[in-house]
Design a protein. Structure first.
Length: 59
């Protein structure tokens, strides 16, 4: 997973926990403060897409 800025780490961690525990982004956003649904959805779109994942596997 590619992290562009340091402030993205908590968002990506919340995203990964939501996916790993199968609670989804909406419930995760409701359960935590400071990270909104749209931030996790954006991170999922830009950091967990196939080209991004393939790029990280090569490095």
């Amino acid at each position: 997973m590619y992290i562009q800025r340091e402030e993205e780490k908590p968002i990506l961690m919340a995203l990964l926990m939501a996916i790993a525990t199968s609670i989804g982004l909406t419930k995760m956003a409701d359960a935590i403060t400071g990270i909104a649904y749209y931030q996790m959805a954006n991170a999922a779109q830009w950091s967990l897409c196939d080209p991004c994942m393939l790029k990280q596997m090569v490095h």
